[in-house]
Ligand binder design. Structure first.
Ligand code: F3S
Length: 388
């Protein structure tokens, strides 16, 4: 590969992955089962990103392991409803076509783990932080938090640097986190955001995670950890497959213990959530809603009127499996978009400037983009939109 016998694109990919491996002190590369590439919205990567992908595709680059891609800048079927202009439309399609030409499967979703679930212990190369945290923490698969371009190169050569979370010794807990002195019903997303802010890096072990009652809370929690830190694995007691295996390390190595308190949550909340009386829209679906989550929303709203603007984001895969659910929600006035998300699309074009949402990750990124945000729990959102 490095000699160029397999073509210019493979040579470039191998050179980059080897350089990164050397810089990180890896002894070797590790074969990966699949790759997932983030950063594919034209809104985020612009002309430079588009040129990079076009040039790789023109060099005949091909993924050698199954490779999926993250949400794009708009719903491919409802782009007119999203008021996308022609230039954005064309350039976003060029990005997707370049990746598809290289062999990517265009799932356009940040929840690849719900579409094809990696197995325990499998080495993978993923570059979407919520997906990385889910794969490592919930499935016991092994990936570092790669950058988008690096995941592309790793998908081309089917290998990643054998460092970081690929190695057992780096998956051991470095810190014990207790979340005890907080109000009942606190948002799992806010707790995740707070944990990330305080811990910043390494592998935290979360004891007695009573705030993670349900799979949707786990997704919101991990996505939020990813937004406020560089953490790639959280060992959650009773949830993560490796938590019980590594539990004894905590006593053996006498790791530092910290406690997350109500004051910490208040501090974190003040950074991503304001006091808004009126919002333009209520948003859910960061990370993308699963079919189960979509059904829960439908069930909650079934006998109620939707009195506020509610916008949901999910994957095309879920829409295709959802049967009448999407239509039932649409009949109530709920807007549902696939292929994109609340952060990488352009909410301004939907006439939205202030939002209430249940995702601390999205609250963080939308605040940075100049939107006004208020963080609520999913239950609070559903009650508000239905006038309860
Ligand atoms: Fe996914 Fe977009 Fe959130 S990519 S995790 S929905 S910011």
């Amino acid at each position: 590969m490095l000699d160029g016998e397999m073509g210019e694109a493979v040579q470039l990919a191998a050179e980059v992955v080897v350089k990164v491996a050397e810089a990180l002190g890896a002894e070797r590369l590790v074969p990966v089962k699949n790759a997932h590439v983030s950063g594919i919205s034209f809104k985020n990567i612009g002309e430079a990103g588009l040129d990079f992908l076009k040039s790789l595709a023109s060099k005949n680059a091909k993924f050698t392991v199954p490779t999926t891609i993250n949400p794009a800048g708009f719903d491919l079927k409802k782009w007119r409803e999203m008021n996308v202009d022609d230039d954005f439309f064309v350039k976003q399609h060029e990005i997707i076509s370049s990746l598809v030409k290289m062999g990517a499967e265009p799932i356009l979703s940040c929840t690849p783990y719900e579409i094809k679930t990696p197995k325990y212990g499998q080495h993978i190369a993923w570059s979407e932080s919520n997906a990385v945290l889910y794969a490592n923490s919930i499935l016991g698969a092994r990936t570092n938090r790669e950058g988008g371009p690096l995941a592309i190169f790793e998908g081309i050569i089917g290998r990643a640097p054998y460092v970081g979370l690929h190695l057992r010794e780096n998956r051991l807990p470095r810190l014990l986190v207790k979340v005890s002195d907080i109000p009942k019903g606190s948002s799992a997303a806010l707790i995740g955001y707070t944990l990330g802010m305080i811990v910043e890096t390494g592998v935290p072990y979360v004891e007695s995670p009573v705030f993670l009652k349900d799979p949707k809370d786990v997704k919101l929690f991990l996505a939020a950890v990813g937004a406020s830190s560089s953490i790639g694995l959280v060992l959650i007691e009773g949830v993560s497959p490796e938590a019980s295996i590594y539990r004894e390390e905590i006593e053996k190595t006498n790791v530092k213990k910290i406690e997350i308190t109500e004051g910490d949550l208040e501090d974190a909340l003040s950074r991503i959530s304001g006091e808004l009386d009126n919002v333009d829209a209520f948003l859910m679906g960061c990370p993308h809603l699963s079919l189960k989550e979509l059904l829960e929303v439908r069930d909650f709203l079934e006998s109620k009127r939707v009195e506020e603007r509610l916008i949901l984001f999910t994957s095309r895969n879920v829409i295709e499996k959802s049967g009448r659910v999407v239509q039932e929600l649409k009949n109530k006035g709920v807007e549902i978009y696939a292929d994109t998300c609340m952060v990488v699309s352009d909410l301004n074009r939907l006439g939205v400037k202030s939002v209430a949402l249940d995702s601390a990750k999205a609250a963080y990124y939308l605040t940075a983009q100049g939107y006004e945000t208020v963080l609520l729990t999913r239950e609070e959102i559903l009650k508000k939109v239905s006038g309860e």
